[in-house]
Design a protein around this ligand. Structure first.
Ligand code: HEC
Length: 105
């Protein structure tokens, strides 16, 4: 019983601070495969792809989780999100949210 409670406490601790522990540098490295559409600087280069630079990290992470789970569907993004881990998502969201938004250029 005590072990179960301890395990639960650890699981909650790990689930919560994942976003706090996000590593934007790792996100930047992972983002090389996103650049063909979303641009190296988060400013989209495809006409139907959204700019990601300066977007809220919470929103970006939610969008990626939703593509991964199937709650949000899009042919290309569903494929891209499939292989992302929770850490990848947190890191990518941290990276893009720190870039200057399109309107600031
Ligand atoms: C082949 C082109 C392509 C690639 C590669 C790609 N995306 Fe996308 N992405 C899109 C398109 C198109 C949309 C708009 C999809 C829609 O309508 O839901 C999108 C949407 C998104 C959104 C939602 C933005 C919003 O405003 O709701 C996020 C976040 C995102 N992409 C992140 C990524 C990340 C991170 C990667 C790399 C791991 C990536 N994308 C790779 C084309 C791409």
């Amino acid at each position: 019983m005590r072990t179960a409670a301890a395990t639960l406490a650890i699981a909650l601790l790990l689930a919560g601070p994942a976003a706090l522990a996000a590593d934007p540098a790792a996100g930047k490295a992972r983002a090389t495969q996103c650049a063909a559409c979303h641009g190296a600087d988060g400013r989209a280069v495809l006409p139907d792809a959204p700019h990601l630079a300066g977007q809220s990290d919470l929103y970006l992470a939610k969008a990626l989780r939703d593509y991964r789970s199937g709650a949000r569907r899009h042919e290309q993004m569903t494929l891209m999100a499939r292989s992302l881990t929770d850490a990848d998502i947190a890191n990518l969201a941290a990276h893009y949210s720190r870039l200057a938004p399109d309107c600031a250029r």
